[in-house]
Ligand binder design. Structure first.
Ligand SMILES: Cc1cc2nc3c(=O)[nH]c(=O)nc-3n(C[C@H](O)[C@H](O)[C@H](O)COP(=O)(O)O)c2cc1C
Length: 303
């Protein structure tokens, strides 16, 4: 049986498969399907300082081979996470990645400082959210604001810090390098790609928010390309996601340069997807005489 363990920023995961933030809540709904201890880790729903109700519905739309969402970071806020969700998650014998999102760099730092004293294994800083103080453009769309928010967060936490990059940029490698230079321990990518659908009968956008984030198999080739480019541009580990729905997708993403993978949209279709991916990866390793899954990271041989 292959060894599926991977290490990211000093944290050992029992396997490289992690449900992505926003696709698995806090795990509560999935526990009746399988023990959460089977997962490499859980990236929990984005936490903001204060409770957020998110955007008005409709905020989910199916698209060919994917989905659009404009959930808008609906969550109960930091206090609820600390009091209600985290104590439960910490009993699950899996790695817990706290995903944080702030409207300003100060807010991101406050979230990180509060989580620094908890037992979460890693922080994932979502820089796809709008920076309210700088006109609402996402932190992750300029090197300067991506670097600034990473610096602020780095200064207040000694937890392993993973920064989650936005794909809605011209050069993702420049953003990755800027974030690495400010002390990120790892990078995760990709967040959703900005998209839009219109109902041609009503001539109204399908989402009440007009636009939303595209994810699912439709974005997989873009995610593989970005992970490959970023992994070749930085020295820190990369966690790959975007459209992964099978073990073969996960292996491809690791060959592109990912040390582990996250699974999002696929879970909405099949709650067992993360488990099936773990089992499929183990089988693939055995069939291909791979003893250590970590050995496949970055092994693509470009032409
Ligand atoms: C309904 C939904 C909610 C999401 N919420 C968050 C979130 O709170 N924080 C975050 O960093 N990413 C969030 N994401 C993005 C996913 O974590 C992931 O980066 C993206 O969906 C690409 O992976 P996938 O194609 O496997 O879904 C969300 C995605 C979906 C579909």
């Amino acid at each position: 049986m292959a060894d599926l363990r991977v290490k990211i920023a000093g944290v050992e995961f029992k396997n490289p498969v992690i449900p992505a933030s926003g696709a698995f809540g806090y795990g509560r709904e999935y526990e009746r399907f399988y023990p959460l201890s089977k997962l490499g880790g859980i990236a929990v729903k984005g936490t903001t300082l204060h409770r957020k109700d998110g955007n008005p519905p409709p905020r989910i739309a199916e698209t060919p081979a994917g989905m659009l969402n404009s959930v808008g970071l609906q969550n109960g806020g930091l206090e609820k996470f600390l009091k209600f969700e985290l104590p439960n998650l910490l009993t699950k014998d899996t790695r817990i990645i706290a995903n944080i999102a702030g409207a300003t760099a100060e807010e991101c730092a406050e979230l990180a400082a509060r989580l620094d004293t908890t037992a979460v294994d890693m922080l994932e800083l979502n820089i796809s959210c709008p920076n309210v103080k700088q006109g609402g453009a996402a932190f992750g769309t300029s090197c300067q604001s991506a670097a600034e928010v990473t610096k602020r967060v780095r200064a207040v936490t000694s937890k392993p810090l993973m920064v989650k990059l936005s794909p809605n940029v011209t050069s993702i490698t420049e953003i990755a390098a800027a974030v690495e230079a400010e002390g990120a321990d790892a990078l995760s990518l990709i967040n959703t790609l900005l998209g839009m659908r219109i109902d041609i009968r009503t001539r109204r956008p399908i989402l009440k928010n007009n636009v939303g984030g595209l994810s699912g198999p439709a974005v997989f080739p873009i995610a593989v390309r970005m992970v490959w480019q970023v992994a070749n541009a930085v020295k820190i580990p990369v966690v790959g996601m975007g459209g992964i729905s099978t073990a073969e997708d996960a292996i491809e993403m690791m060959m592109a340069g990912a040390s582990a993978v996250q699974v999002g949209a696929a879970i909405f279709q099949n709650p067992y997807a993360p488990l099936e991916i773990i089992e499929g990866m183990a089988r693939w390793c055995d069939e291909n005489a791979v003893a250590l899954i970590s050995d496949i990271t970055g092994t693509v041989q470009p032409w």
